[in-house]
Design a protein around this ligand. Sequence first.
Ligand SMILES: Nc1ncnc2c1ncn2[C@@H]1O[C@H](COP(=O)(O)OP(=O)(O)OP(=O)(O)O)[C@@H](O)[C@H]1O
Length: 584
Amino acid sequence: MKALKHLNKYFYKYRSRLIVGIIITIIAKIFALFTPRLVGASINIVSDRLDGKITEAVFKNDLTINILYLIGAAVVAGVFTFLMRQTIINVSRFVEFDLKNEIYQHYQILSLNFYKSNRTGDLMNRISEDVGKVRMYVGPALMYTINTITLFAVAIIYMIDRSPSLTLYTLLPLPFLSVAIYKLSRLINKRSTIVQQSLSTLSTFSQETFSGISVIKSYGIEPSTTIEFEQLSAENRQKQINLTKVQALFFPLMILLIGVSNLIVIYVGGMQYMSGKIDNIGTIAEFIIYVNMLTWPVATVGWVTSLVQQAEASQHRINEFLNTEPDIKNTANQLTPVEGYVEFKNVSFVYPDTNIRALNDVSFSIQSGQTLAILGKTGSGKSTILDLIGRLYDVKKGSILIDGTTISDLNLFSLRESIGYVPQDAFLFSDSIKNNIKFGKEDATDEDVIEAAKNAKVHKNIMDFSKGYDTVLGERGITLSGGQKQRVSIARAIIKKPNILLFDDCLSAVDTETEEKILKNLEKLTKNKTTIIVSHRVSSAKNADQIIVLDDGKIIESGNHDSLINRDGYYKELYTKQLSEKEM
Ligand SMILES: Nc1ncnc2c1ncn2[C@@H]1O[C@H](COP(=O)(O)OP(=O)(O)OP(=O)(O)O)[C@@H](O)[C@H]1O
């Protein structure tokens, strides 16, 4: 129960609703328990009439009154049972909502490393399945517990009042029922977890094949993926059958135990009536109804116990993530607007999970408003520099300064607000093109969106779609070409008009002619902004105020275009090669 303590704050938050729920439950049960007493009394009236103890008129009158009471009690109990669900189950839905939001907000502040070390499926499971199991504890488990306690407390008082010894005999089989249901519930839960796991394997497999359908088709491996799917489906079917087997035992077991209890009541009650220990035959009928009314709540004790155990395990998993601290912390509470002077001082960086040294003693600086181009072979550390400027990771060796302040002393929100980042692999959401561009600036007007798209040289392409800017992109923007995606991603960054713009090889899928036009537009737009362009092409770098060339995490060349082509090195070699390719 330790993990479930996390929920106490929610119980406190919704305390008034819960208290009302408890009171309503008690009232509902008290009225429900009028039924056996009234049925017993009615049978006694019939018995008295048969024995000639009362007249026909009294018989009719008393029976009618009893029936009216029965209907009244049933209606009141029904209304309050409805209200009981409306209060307690609703509280569980409120808690579920709050908990999901709490987890989601926490996921948002966690750093990239967390996402690298945990699978997306796991993150999704904890926020959906595990929260669902916890809800069962807050709602149904709590409701059935209050229900059972109230029902027992009231019923036992009524029963002892009638016959203490018959009460004892009647209740005898119930603990066995509870233990049996508990064991069965555990078995059911175990098997449903296995079914869930196999279902998630099946859906992960299907999702991957659908996402990679073009690769599957081009390699012609549809038959083998179909066979694999069939195998996974067959495994799932067998697991479902195993689960159904134990589920099918649930009700027969209950019926068996109710039958045993009924037999005991009839046999012991009959003997006691014959020996004169109980005065009325109606008491036997009353007890039979008690048995039937108490059986389900007793069975739920076992069921509720297993619900609580599952909720505890789920909350434990949720707490594991909620207690994870983000690696990147905001240390400045005040906003710290950023101008854009960026300086790296002897920065070395090792990725913590792979131990790869991505940067080795890197130093450079860019005045605000200047453009820096970074070139270098693949894996030389170019993207890492951009990630460090966005503070996706903190450096342990050397320092990064923005406007003369160590990056970790800046307000994280201000820093990221001032950056427009175009990643290497443009990610677009399954939404309209307009919303994808506006993502960088929620309050942008349609004119702003069009202007940004024009500057990114994608406006014409968008207008070619029949729905224009309202064209909805499929999962990961599959309806756009690679180059179009990159340009929409550029439009998203420039619409923000940030003081620092980071372009990570984002023109690689664009032809050189369009590249030139975009760069010209960017030149105008980024006049007073710090711009860093990572590229493999000299054409993207040649107009930059400063160019650095990286190799294996180290700066091997730096200068501007003119100075670098006059020096024998990587830049000159690349320039000559790309120039001759262009001429060909
Ligand atoms: N998130 C990461 N976790 C661990 N190692 C990484 C991560 N990102 C990059 N690396 C490693 O760090 C090194 C530098 O990578 P980086 O992405 O900065 O290179 P790059 O110059 O941008 O390459 P490319 O031109 O191919 O994009 C590489 O060896 C890479 O494998």
